[in-house]
Design a protein around this ligand. Structure first.
Ligand code: ADP
Ligand code: MG
Length: 231
C-alpha cells in the first residue's frame, strides 16, 4: 500500500538517500534499522514531504506523494509520530486528545483510555508534566485519533524504561491488529524482532539488506547484525 521506488533525497547539496526502494503491505509492521545517521528518519521525512528535494516515486494506495504538500499527505491518512514526540506541553492530556480527534477516525478518546489507562489517570495533567513514556503514549494516541491509514513511527522506545517499552510494543501490536500498518524506525533489536514482519537494514543512505521475520532470527543474520547494527 506504501511503495518507495528508487528514492534519492537531498538536503541542499547533501545527498542523503541513494536509490531506496521499500514497501509496506496491508497488515504489516516493517522496520528500518541501521546506525545513527544511516538515513532512517530521512526516509520517513521524505514520505511526508518534509525533505526539500526528493527524486523518485512514492505511492500510497496508488496516489503519488512526491510533490504534494505535507498537509495533503497527512489528509490521505499518512501519519508520522516524530522522534521528538510532538505534543502540546501547555495543554492537558485530555485537551491534547480532544484537538487531535477527527470525525473519520475509528478511534475515540474512550478507546484511547482503554488502550492506555495511564493516560486516563493523567488526563488533567499538562503534557509537559508527563514522563517520557507517557509522552510517547500521548503521541501515539494523538496519531490514532487522527484516523491514520498507515503509521510512521520514529524510535518510539528511545529513552524509555523496559517496562514502558513492553507497553509500547503491545500497543503497536494492537494497532497493527486493528488494520493499520506501521513503518517503524527502531534501534532496539528485541523490539524489532518481536514486532516486525520484515526489516530493511540501512547503511549510509542505502538499503543493504532485507529480511523476513524468520530469516532475521536465524543464525545467518548474526554477522550482518554485528556488522551494521553493532550488536
Ligand atoms: N535537515 C537536515 N539537513 C541536512 N542534513 C540532514 C538533515 N537531517 C538529517 N541530515 C543528515 O542526513 C543523514 C541521515 O540522517 P537521518 O535520516 O536523521 O539518520 P538516522 O535517522 O538513520 O539516524 C545524516 O548525515 C544527517 O546529518
Ligand atoms: Mg533518526
Amino acid at each position: 500500500m506504501l511503495t518507495l521506488d528508487n528514492i534519492n533525497s537531498l538536503y541542499g547539496k547533501s545527498h542523503v538517500l541513494f536509490d531506496v526502494s521499500i514497501d509496506v503491505r496491508e497488515g504489516e509492521i516493517v522496520t528500518l534499522l541501521g546506525r545513527n545517521g544511516a538515513g532512517k528518519s530521512t526516509v520517513l521525512n521524505s514520505i511526508l514531504g518534509l525533505v526539500p528535494n526528493v527524486i523518485g516515486k512514492i505511492k500510497f494506495n496508488g496516489i503519488s506523494l512526491v510533490g504534494l504538500l505535507t498537509h495533503e499527505i497527512v489528509e490521505l491518512g499518512v501519519c508520522l509520530i516524530p522522534e521528538q514526540r510532538d505534543i502540546f506541553q501547555i495543554l492537558s492530556v485530555e485537551e491534547n486528545l480532544q484537538i487531535a480527534q477527527k470525525g473519520n477516525s475509528q478511534w475515540e478518546i474512550k478507546d484511547i483510555y482503554e488502550l492506555f489507562p495511564r493516560l486516563e489517570e493523567r488526563k488533567k495533567n499538562g503534557g509537559g508534566q508527563l514522563s517520557a513514556g507517557e509522552q510517547q503514549m500521548l503521541a501515539i494516541a494523538r496519531a490514532l485519533l487522527n484516523g491514520p491509514k498507515i503509521l510512521l513511527c520514529d524510535e518510539p522506545s528511545e529513552g524509555l524504561a523496559p517496562v514502558i517499552i513492553q507497553e509500547i510494543v503491545s500497543t503497536l501490536q494492537r494497532i497493527k491488529e486493528s488494520g493499520i500498518p506501521i513503518l517503524l524506525v527502531e534501534q532496539n533489536l528485541r523490539v524489532c524482532e518481536k514486532l516486525a514482519d520484515r526489516h530493511y537494514i540501512f547503511e549510509q543512505g542505502r538499503v543493504i539488506h532485507e529480511f523476513k521475520k524468520d530469516d532475521f532470527l536465524s543464525p545467518e543474520s548474526a554477522a550482518i547484525k554485528y556488522k551494521y547494527l553493532s550488536v
